[in-house]
Design a protein around this ligand. Structure first.
Ligand code: NAD
Ligand code: G6P
Ligand code: MN
Length: 443
């Protein structure tokens, strides 16, 4: 079995330690030769790197080398796989995105509504630059991108790199939801065979089967309606905000019982209630800074101070890491395993635009993703998706064309905004807040 050289870009991320635990868990299936961290923030990276060094000495002694750097050539040379998880502008800009939206009475969220647009316009520039740099030193490496807003990033990357077939965009929300389904059904999550369609953070499960072909869909729906719905993945199970989000997904099922929704649809279906629930002085970004980020930083500081990771209760495998690594395994060793991820539509959903980046089940092979056909989707979903895709495309058009008007059109289409006067006011505030990140727009 060929051993891999893996590069983690944005290695200062709050998800890195979970990813490291997942690499340890999967080492027999996805064996590493070398692991390289790359980040632009030396300090943020160093904390995770020093803790990883100690952890790997204890639990991954087979590894030939582990290194960390802020030098692109050193990082990207001869890679087999590159996982990208960057956040341009950091959590500080996420907080501003959320607050600006909420101050105008609109959903303030990382990937949905104006916050998603603002973040998208920041991510696109860095992601394009990174892909050029990675390709300069590793033309054949698989690039697996988690960077949000993945829906918008995937459209922009497809436009800039139309022939790059080793560049995939991936989201852990469908599999995180499937962990809860598995728990309810008494199945292993990897035995679940989902049927699903939509855009990233904007999709529906149409069927839940198991590997033997048994259809559990109706039983699952009934169990959720009767007994409730909650997050089960370790990273989010105890998080109050995620618990409320899963409860709200149950409400969507009461209102539209046809399919099982992606949790992110709550922001588009109940925007006013979502705004009411939020405190602009304690948005999700602040909760993450005081929650996940603090937990991970304290964990790393403890490991470094103790010189050992033994006995650490905060260290755990999470689905975020395992999902990315299992996808990489399937690509590397032609396992033909099934995953839900983003690909160009090209007729998969036959009544939606060919060039849309849709989120659907595929099998992953050494030749990349092979999608399953979805066919036509019913009018309600078609209408919603066309509207959302038009919004996403206009954001990307606005970026490439540096166009104020396209961004105003985008926000006007977005179900969380609609009102043009509100759209203008939010856009003007976001332009001011994002001066250091966005292209200069022409009116
Ligand atoms: P974070 O801020 O903790 O970590 C991001 C890291 O990226 C930081 O260390 C930062 O210094 C670094 N960085 C920023 N710009 C960079 C650049 N140009 N090159 C290299 N490094 C750079 O963020 P986080 O909360 O851990 O999330 C990381 C990313 O993963 C975000 O984009 C987040 O939205 C995304 N994410 C996506 C999914 C998904 O389902 N697709 C799931 C979880 C997280
Ligand atoms: C899910 C989504 C991601 C999102 C993450 C964290 O996994 O799929 O796209 O970044 O949740 O969200 P949070 O609000 O907890 O930072
Ligand atoms: Mn996601």
């Amino acid at each position: 079995m060929k051993k891999q050289r893996l590069v983690i870009v944005g290695s200062g991320s709050t998800y890195t330690m979970g990813m490291m635990m997942s690499l340890i868990e999967e080492k027999d299936h996805f064996p590493l030769k070398d692991l390289v961290f790359y980040d632009i923030d030396e300090k943020r990276q160093e904390r995770n790197a020093k803790a990883t060094e100690i952890l790997f000495k204890e639990r991954y002694p087979e590894l030939d080398s582990f290194s960390y750097t802020t030098d692109k050539e050193e990082a990207f040379r001869d890679a087999d796989f590159v996982f990208v998880q960057i956040r341009t502008g950091g959590l500080a800009m996420r907080e501003l995105d959320e607050q600006i939206s909420l101050n105008h009475g609109v959903v303030g969220q990382e990937t949905c509504g104006p916050g998603g647009m603002a973040y998208g316009l920041r991510s696109i520039k860095d992601m394009i630059e990174l892909v050029y740099d990675i390709r300069c030193y590793s033309p054949e490496a698989w690039i697996l991108n988690y960077t949000n807003p993945a829906a918008i990033v995937s459209i922009a990357l497809k436009r800039e790199f139309p022939n790059d077939h080793r560049l995939l965009n991936i989201c852990d929300m469908p599999i995180a939801i499937m962990i809860s389904y598995a728990q309810i059904l008494g199945l292993d999550v990897w035995d679940i065979v989902p049927e699903y369609f939509g855009l990233n953070h904007f999709g529906w499960f149409t069927k839940i089967l198991d590997k033997k072909g048994t259809d559990h869909t109706e039983r699952l729906k009934q169990l959720i309606l009767d007994n409730g719905f909650k997050p089960e993945d370790k990273e989010i199970a105890n998080d109050v905000s995620w618990q409320k989000t899963f409860e709200q997904a149950r409400q969507i099922m009461i209102d539209f019982p046809e399919f099982l929704p992606n949790t992110y649809l709550q922001y588009y279906f109940y925007p006013e209630q979502m705004v009411e629930k939020e405190d602009p002085n304690h948005t999700r970004a602040r909760q993450v800074i005081e929650g996940r980020q603090k937990r991970v930083h304290n964990l790393c500081d403890r490991i470094i101070a103790n010189g050992t990771a033994q006995g650490e209760k905060e260290l755990h495998v999470d689905i975020h890491g395992v999902f990315m690594i299992k996808a990489a395994e399937s690509l590397a060793y032609n396992l033909e395993e099934r995953f839900i991820l983003m690909v160009e539509n090209n007729g998969i959903i036959s009544n939606l635009p060919a060039e849309a980046m849709v989120e659907v089940p595929v099998i992953l092979t050494t030749n990349g993703p092979k999608p399953f056909s979805v066919g036509e989707v019913p009018t309600f979903y078609k209408g919603l998706i066309e509207n959302q895709y038009a919004y996403e495309k206009l954001v990307v058009d606005g970026y490439f064309g540096k166009s104020y008007m396209k961004l105003l059109q985008a926000l006007t289409l977005n179900r969380t905004v609609i009102n043009v006067t509100t759209a203008k006011a939010i856009l003007d505030d976001l332009i001011e807040a994002n001066k250091d990140f966005w292209p200069e727009l022409q009116k």
